[in-house]
Design a binder for this molecule. Structure first.
Ligand code: F6P
Length: 551
């Protein structure tokens, strides 16, 4: 590629990028206190409503001009055109030559989405229907184990996108789950994970769901093989038991059959579903068994609602576009290195972990779509845990540290119904939710601190600079649909950022090297062979490991 062509694709060479840089310098240290004082309507003007989500972005370091400039950048980068290409099934995952069609997983029947001239929507619905039938059979006791006992335990074995989505959503939707069944999620190749998941289960009542897009992922196949051994040891070694206790979720029928799972017990998905975008595909089977097909469909409808919003809403009202642009603003013009997602719902305890894969595997890239090194910041470190726990741990740094950490606060007006008298604690939880964004934005000046009679030598310590940007996402209730809306919101936010940064958000080559090296190292650890070319640090560590293991 010639220098000139490459330059045209570089976001940082665009006049809109330069204008944002200039605008940032002009804003300097303008305080949110000043922005709020200058516009009494700011708190209602800078809000968006999408489905059940109310998004308040007024506590961000932006003005009307900032937002206009950011939207101009999105236009110059062709975000809308790339979005349309994604929805139309074009192969926008260029390094893998694949379409990116998680949105088709939640399309109604009558929508036509073509990949290579074939409509994929009927296939989606056919698998969804097969999942619903199976889920009802398991839930109703009609699908029994090898010895005729009903299934009471479901163990999903998968990793990355084949684990995080269903595991997260299961936690989120616990109040909707079959409380008389046990659901566990095994991902780590550390045998402790599987051991703890099955040690108290009755094999006769246990169904293993082996979730792997490729069906070659070493962690998953190792755990699945161990689970098969565990089952057969307990069921008298009859291989026929596998058919009643193992099902697969995969794109790879050949490998599934090779493993010994009946292809009739395989729930299919396709190469145009990225692993981290897959939990509303067959990968969600464990979740569907837990919450039932109707709630699963409600969740899909929530996803679709936000898909349609992203596809059709004008830029000024487009929530994923806005969230994506705010991230670009802080990452590229304020040097923010990380982004906190702080849910004020215990049920969202795994939500940020899920977002870490979604965001960091998608946008943790350092070459552009043409393979040139990027000279601008790309994806942030995403982190966070549910409030109020974080308040008693790391919020100190958010309030008084030296780092710029934009944060999303997610909360709900209603506690879940089944909390009973514990629901009375909800106002206290939400008082903290609102108080934190208030404190982060407005802080406490030295004058205010001194006026409270604080000794002069402590004033600086008790001052809160404020001006820390936050976005608040508030919904009435945490329902299956709201979960779908939230996930789709973040999926499309990540998409917007990848489009601005000119990176392929849908490949993940960065996970490959570690896999190859681990495969090479395993025999070195086990029998000491093949380690001649190791660097001195790794060689010494491996020697010590082997000595400690008595080898
Ligand atoms: O970590 C790399 C990765 O390929 C993820 O993108 C994916 O979600 C995970 O591994 C699991 O892959 P599979 O579903 O093929 O087992």
């Amino acid at each position: 590629m010639s220098e000139t062509t490459a330059d045209l694709t570089r976001p940082d060479r665009l006049p809109q990028w330069e204008a944002l840089g200039k605008h940032r310098r002009e804003l300097g240290g303008t305080h949110l206190r000043k922005l709020f004082a200058a516009d009494p309507d700011r708190g209602s003007r800078y809000t968006l409503d999408v489905g059940d989500l109310h998004i308040d972005y007024s506590k961000n370091l932006v003005t009307d001009e900032t937002l206009a400039l950011l939207r101009e950048l999105a236009e110059a980068r062709g975000v809308a055109a790339l979005r349309d290409a994604m929805f139309h099934g074009e192969k926008i995952n260029i390094t893998e030559d694949r379409a990116v069609l998680h949105t088709a997983l939640r399309s109604p029947h009558d929508v036509v989405v073509e990949v290579d001239g074939h409509n994929v929507v009927p296939k989606v619905h056919s698998v969804l229907n097969k999942m619903c039938v199976f889920a009802e059979r398991v839930r109703g006791g009609d699908w029994t184990g090898h010895t005729g006992k009903r299934i009471r335990n479901v163990v999903n074995i998968g990793i990355g996108g084949s684990d995080l989505g269903p595991a997260m959503a299961y936690e989120v939707l616990r109040p909707y789950t079959r409380r008389d069944m046990t659901f566990r999620f095994v991902s780590n190749v550390d045998g402790a994970d599987l051991h703890e998941a099955v040690r108290d289960l009755d094999a006769e009542e246990t169904l293993f769901i082996i979730a792997s897009k490729t069906f070659t992922t070493v962690e998953t196949i190792t755990n699945a093989t161990a689970a098969r051994r565990w089952l057969l040891e307990r069921l008298g070694g009859d291989q026929a038991a596998v058919a009643k206790h193992f099902v697969a979720l995969s794109t790879n029928a050949e490998k599934v059959t090779e493993f010994g799972i009946d292809p009739d017990n395989m729930f299919e998905f396709w190469d145009w579903v990225g692993g981290r975008y897959s939990y509303d595909s067959a990968i969600g089977l464990s979740l569907m068994i837990a919450i039932g097909p109707d709630h699963f469909r409600e969740m899909l409808a929530g996803f679709h609602l936000v898909d349609e919003h992203f596809r059709t809403a004008p830029p000024e009202e487009n929530a994923p576009l806005l969230l994506g642009l705010l991230g670009v603003w802080y990452g590229n013009f304020w040097d923010a290195q990380s982004h906190a997602v702080l849910p004020y719902s215990h049920y969202l305890s795994r939500f940020t972990a899920y977002l870490q894969q979604l965001d960091m595997e998608s946008n943790g890239k350092s070459v552009d779509r043409q393979g040139n090194p990027v000279e601008w910041q790309t994806g942030p470190v995403v982190w966070g845990t549910p409030g109020t726990n974080g308040q008693h741990a790391y919020y100190q740094l958010l309030h008084q540290g030296t780092k710029m950490i934009p944060a999303d606060f997610i909360g709900f007006a209603e506690p879940v119904a089944e909390l009973g008298e514990l629901a009375g604690q909800h106002d206290l939880l939400m008082a903290n939710f609102f108080a934190q964004t208030q404190a982060l934005a407005f802080g406490k000046t030295p004058e205010e601190v001194a006026a409270e009679g604080v000794p002069a030598d402590l004033v600086a310590h008790k001052t809160f600079r404020g001006n820390h940007p936050t976005t608040t996402i508030l919904a009435k209730e945490l329902t299956p649909s709201v979960l779908g809306q939230l996930v789709a919101l973040y999926e499309h936010k990540v998409f917007v950022q990848g489009a601005i940064w000119d990176i392929d958000s849908f490949d993940q080559w960065g996970v490959e090297l570690g896999k190859v090296l681990a495969k090479r190292l395993e025999p070195v650890l086990t029998d000491g062979t093949g380690g001649e070319a190791l660097d001195s640090s790794t060689a010494a560590l491996v020697r010590r490991y082997r000595t400690l293991r008595g080898r």
